[in-house]
Design a protein around this ligand. Structure first.
Ligand code: LLP
Length: 415
């Protein structure tokens, strides 16, 4: 819980709106976001970095709903994208192309063309063959592509292995030891213009030290480049700042910024950061309703209408999300496994949760704003959830619940 999701007279609310009313009016499963929480997170970032020239490029993959992108675009955000699809979303949401950085190890020619056409700020290039391809694509269009090399600093982010990206054995970025030679190669390519250097070491980091270790390696390399005659305009230190799901104690945005600013003291380059989770994670919840309570021989199950297709994080990373009743009760609690209807043992939202609930009650899965809806699927032909944004007293539907017929509309029977 936080300032934006809180109990008021035993009713869990988003800002001024009871979530039970939203569950009733829009159905479940349903993602609910707080506009004030989104705005507040962004403003904290902007405030914390205001002493130097910077650009906050929201990592679109964390939650790519147009309404959310639009809230950030209005606040002045740039965007970190990893596909042509995400670029289309950013532009459809009113984002500025010249504030977009394009990360990812597998950019296709079509994606490069689309991004060059749009006029993005920078390609975060992740390999030598990508440099060759980008140079060729830009040349064929009579353009010059602005580039940064994503350098793999080989720093342990001390997070879940699936979301750790800055180690030598990860697929991301160019090897630290090869980066200088690649910069020299890029400098000689006629359709590339070197503008920066970037790194991203992982997600859900709960300490500042790995960020600083990575920044120091990046700065040392930038100095070597300067000595070789390549001057960078910006340094992009990626995203990765963690949030509190349970009892984690990640640094605050201000503490993180202070450490980063300290490491960059005396440097002229513009700073770019790519936060995702920290801007949206605790700004969203997933509402779900209990279909059945099932009392097994060893365990009690609360079978709910949200499943791993709606929120994949527990199944994929064994991630922990708080589960709260929308209406607080004084009845005695029991321990439940909260599970979905999908035919997979991995289909759970949370195990061993103490809840005082009855069938038909609605629950909120907390901290679900990041990598919830954006990782959802249609597994078991389940339409994706509705999404709603609360703004003070107002409630806006920002994505309709999918209809089953939409799910197979593109399929053909061959007879
Ligand atoms: N920049 C790049 C290049 C990234 O790969 C990522 C995330 C970010 C920025 C944003 O990181 P954030 O600030 O959100 O930590 N699905 C996983 C997280 C995957 C993160 C992948 N990269 C999860 O649900 O925990």
């Amino acid at each position: 819980m936080n300032d934006y999701f809180h109990y008021r007279q035993d009713q869990l609310c988003a800002e001024n709106v009871a979530l039970n009313d939203i569950a009733q009016n829009f159905g479940t499963p349903c993602y609910v976001y707080s506009r004030a929480a989104l705005t507040d997170g962004y403003r904290q970032f902007a405030e914390a970095f205001k002493s130097r020239e910077h650009l906050i490029c929201y990592a679109v993959k964390a939650n790519s709903n147009l309404a959310i992108l639009n809230v950030f675009a209005r606040l002045g955000a740039g965007f970190d994208i990893v596909s042509g699809g995400e670029l289309s979303r950013v532009l459809a949401a009113g984002g500025a192309a010249n504030k977009v950085v394009f990360s990812g190890v597998g950019k296709s020619e079509a994606e490069m063309r689309q991004a060059l056409e749009a006029g993005i700020l920078c390609f975060n290039v992740e390999s030598a063959p990508e440099l060759d391809r980008l140079n060729a694509v830009a040349g064929s269009m009579g353009k010059v592509a602005p580039i940064s090399l994503r350098v793999n600093p080989d720093v342990d982010a001390k997070t879940h292995p699936y979301i750790s990206t800055g180690l030598k054995q990860n697929k991301y970025g160019v090897a630290y030891t090869e980066a200088l030679a690649l910069y020299l190669k890029a400098a000689a390519m006629p359709h590339l213009r070197i503008t920066g250097m970037d790194c991203h070491i992982g997600s859900q980091l709960t300490q500042v030290s790995p960020f600083i270790a990575a920044a120091e390696k990046i700065l040392a390399l930038a100095d070597q480049l300067a000595a070789a005659g390549i001057k960078l305009e910006h340094l992009d230190l990626g995203g990765g700042l963690g949030i509190c799901y349970d009892d984690e104690t990640p640094p605050s945005i201000a503490e993180y910024a202070q450490a980063v600013l300290g490491a960059l003291q005396g440097r002229a380059e513009k700073l770019i950061v790519e936060p995702g989770r920290v801007l949206v994670g605790n700004a969203g919840v997933l509402l779900t309703r209990i279909e059945y309570l099932k009392h097994g021989e060893e365990k009690n199950f609360a079978i709910v209408d949200a499943a791993m297709n709606d929120l994949m994080r527990p199944a994929l990373y064994d991630a922990w999300h708080a589960i709260l009743p929308l209406q607080k009760s004084v009845a005695a609690t029991q321990s439940f496994s909260v599970v979905g209807p999908i035919c997979e043992t991995g289909d759970f939202i949370g195990h061993e949760r103490e809840l005082a609930v009855a069938a038909g009650d609605a629950l909120a899965v907390m901290s679900a704003g990041a990598y919830g809806m954006s990782m959802s699927s249609n597994y078991n032909t389940r339409p994706r959830a509705a999404e709603v944004m609360v703004d003070g007293d107002a409630v806006h539907l920002i994505r309709e619940r999918e209809k089953v017929a939409q799910l197979y509309a593109a399929e053909k029977i061959i007879g």
